[in-house]
Design a protein around this ligand. Structure first.
Ligand code: COA
Length: 390
């Protein structure tokens, strides 16, 4: 029995900031960002966008035409959670009109948790193949303004329908795993931006690539030369290039194979920025949407990394139906349709006070998406459809 991704789609925010604006504000050479870290721009949330609205927007597309009664589990992966107790997925569940006879849970382990949710979804479907699981990975990456992490912000959500009829990608059972307790990136409860030891996090990521690969091979996984493509968690696209150079050395493939395996997997992340849990799957969509070739039968490798730190390396094979499930046109429209803002407007949005005083805080309208965060009322978050979703 094949198990895997039946449908997959992404959503991003309504606003975008070109990294030349950040370079000018920081007095940095724009090439440091475009070439040095491999990023051109980053998605910025409008005041009424958050992980719930982004997740619901991405999920709406994969739910189209589905029998919602088959979806009895919803897994929401994020490290930009909106509540310490209630899952962001429960808010999303209502917005999407999902089956009340379902379980909804939020998953957290930095940028890794989308993969954790995916693997648990596969186990649930293996146990009960007529059921489908909705997995949503959604994040808004935030670092302090003026910090070295600032140009590596971004935002996106990816929704995946996991089932025993995987029209897009059949996921293979072997995984390589690696966990170590380290402080390379984290966000304490009292902060809205992450603390990161940037250089250390790069080293820890590369170490995790190596250790996850060794475990993958020890578990009976394929040789590196058997992969047509490789998708990486991308805090910035140069990290994926560094990761794959490390893997190519470990797996003994030549430079031509190495570069071909990474082709088309970086395009979306370069313009969306970091989307934490979603970023690996944004890389997959970048490949599926951008490659001119028929990818049917191609084996794709995945490296998922969440600081702190957990790594997982696994593989999937593209299925014949992947083109019929394509949302390429909508993805391009979402990316190209973002409204450019200047550094001053970004800074204003970035520095707005968090709603932490216990009062009511309505949010001004700004999203072009189908759902909005209307604000905090009586300590609760209020979400509503917009005219774009009507
Ligand atoms: N033209 C081309 N390249 C340039 C350049 C220029 N004018 N100026 C600098 N660079 C290169 C540097 O050589 C370096 O490349 P290298 O890593 O291959 O050596 C790269 O740009 C970054 O420069 P660096 O001085 O290291 O930048 P930084 O100190 O501002 O920090 C990060 C970069 C990525 C560490 C920082 O953005 C960060 O902390 N990001 C968040 C953490 C993160 O995403 N971690 C990843 C693991 S999950």
């Amino acid at each position: 029995m094949k198990l895997g991704i039946e449908d997959i789609s992404l959503a991003t925010t309504s606003l975008v900031l070109d990294l030349d604006e950040v370079a000018a504000a920081q007095g940095a050479d724009p090439d440091k960002f475009r070439i040095g870290i491999g990023q051109d721009s980053m998605s910025i949330p409008a005041p009424d966008e958050d992980v719930v609205t982004l997740g619901a927007q991405a999920a709406q597309r994969v739910l189209h035409g589905q029998d919602l009664s088959a979806i009895r589990t919803v897994l929401f992966a994020t490290e930009s959670g909106v509540d310490q107790s209630k899952s962001a997925g429960v808010y999303m569940h209502r917005l999407l009109g999902l089956n009340p006879n379902a379980r909804v849970i939020e998953f957290k382990q930095a940028c890794y948790s989308g993969t954790g949710a995916l693997q648990l979804a596969l186990a649930l479907v293996a146990r009960n193949p007529e059921q489908k699981v909705l997995v949503v990975a959604a994040d808004i990456a935030r670092y302090d303004a003026g910090s070295s992490g600032e140009p590596t912000q971004g935002a996106a959500a990816v929704a995946m329908l996991i089932s025993a009829t995987p029209d897009v990608l059949a996921i293979e059972p072997v995984s390589g795993l690696y966990t170590q307790d380290i402080m390379d990136f984290w966000r304490p409860n009292y902060r809205s931006t992450a603390i990161v030891d940037g250089r250390y996090s790069i080293k820890a990521y590369l170490d995790s690539v190596k250790q996850s690969w060794r475990d993958y091979r020890a578990q009976g996984g394929h040789e590196l030369s058997e992969f047509d493509h490789f998708c990486y968690h991308q805090p910035f696209t140069r990290q994926a290039v560094k990761g794959h150079a490390t893997l190519a050395r470990e797996g003994g493939v030549d430079a031509e194979t190495r570069d071909a395996q990474l082709e088309h997997t970086l395009d979306y992340n370069r313009v969306l920025g970091n989307s934490y849990t979603a970023s690996l799957y944004v890389g997959l969509l970048s490949l599926l949407d951008s490659s001119p070739d028929d990818l049917t039968g191609h084996r794709i490798g995945f490296f998922s990394y969440g600081s702190g730190a957990v790594g997982e390396l696994f593989a999937g094979v593209v299925q014949p139906g992947y083109r019929t499930r394509s949302h390429r046109t909508e993805h391009r429209a979402a990316i190209d349709g973002r409204t450019p803002i200047d550094y001053a407007r970004y800074f204003e949005l970035h520095e707005r006070p968090d709603d932490v005083d216990g009062g009511d805080h309505p949010r001004e309208r700004g999203t072009t998406g189908p759902f909005r965060f209307a604000g905090v009322r009586d300590h609760g978050r209020v979400y509503e459809p917009t005219s774009a979703g009507a």
